[in-house]
Design a protein around this ligand. Sequence first.
Ligand SMILES: [Cu+2]
Length: 458
Amino acid sequence: MVSRRQLFHGAAVGAAVAATSVSRVALAALPEPVLQTKPDTLPPLYPSTGRPYQPVVTLNGWTLPWRMNQGVKEFHLVAEPVKRELAPGMVANLWGYNGQSPGPTFEVVEGDRVRIFVTNRLPEPHAVHWHGQRLPNGMDGVAGLTQPAIPVGKTYVYEFTARRPGTFMYHPHADEMVQMAMGLYGLWITHPKQPHPLISEVQRDFCFLLNAFDIEPGSATPKVMTMLDFNLWGWNSRVFPGIDSLNVRLGDRVRIRVGNLTMTNHPIHLHGHEFTVTGTDGGPVPMGARWPEVTTDVGVGQMRQIEFIADEPGDWAFHCHKSHHTMNAMGHNVPTLLGAQQEDVARRIQQHIPGYMLMGDKGMHDMTEMEMPLPDNTLPMMTGEGPFGGVGMGGMFSVLKVRKNQPHGDYRDPGWYEAPAGTRAYEWTGTAPATPRAATAPASATLQVRKPAGHSGH
Ligand SMILES: [Cu+2]
């Protein structure tokens, strides 16, 4: 599923942080935009200038380096068409920032003055809204309302002070439906400037954005007018099995920040642990308003920050609980065939359509292992290999890996969990007694007439 990655070689992004060598003349020019070419999870970017903080790790993403210019952190964001590998075997034509969708994560400290140069290399006007931030109205990035849209080829400058700590997002406020359907958005973390009574120190701090795409199997560009029937559900523009695992050390306090810029809600569920929601886009949650959960719904336009102690070793599933969001692209106009005798039907159809297959008379588990002929550039609907066979998942699914021996600060994939003897579900091999069964319904009741449901696509 997830290969081991060398997470300690962030050379591609490391260089631009060194601000001291930049000349006065160069500082008057635009900061060099930093690009990222790979969808890997890059290691935390420890700040070499400005106030220190404990950095986050962006799942299958990275943090944008800045340069310090007379006390102001300067960033250069470039909106442009990008190619993003959603999972091995599928590349999508998206729009993103600095080479990737989502764009890079911004990390600043409460009180920091920031200046962001936004260059528009999209084929249409653009504007960036800094979702959730306190800032002067004219910096809010709403095309037509607070500024003219950024014309194609032009660069605009946003400048404000990051006034309150928390997790924020950024996204277009110009032709949002198209630009967000194409993958333009990113995360913004403002770290507290001093210990904060409602913000815990954590050993691991992950963040990702939820996404929804509608990409026809065999094509590569999202359909931008889709409102409901998305067919690919992702985290940071990756879909399982392309999403990296979240690797932590046993006993770590873990924070995960999840932002939702899709058009539906996502109940995010963690196995094996209880967590509390410790923050929203509105700020830290007061202690008296926190309660234990194993699932939290992340509504549209919302961020939820969850925290827990990773005190149970293992490979724990972590996923959206809408089961069609843990599947990859497939036609939805498939009737339920549980219990139907279909071998003969399939054989008769195959006489007319070679290769035609019906599926699912015993459930869809077979899909997890089936070698189906797929169109080019798409992914199996339910996939991913675990140590015990097919995981049968897609979309918004990953694994929290809790390990006693995971070194501090090491985010590399430790491989699969080896359960201690006697702690894994096993097969009963004794003699099974006759099992009483519920009476089956009379034969006539199994006859079904399927009428058109008038709910196209689902
Ligand atoms: Cu979901």
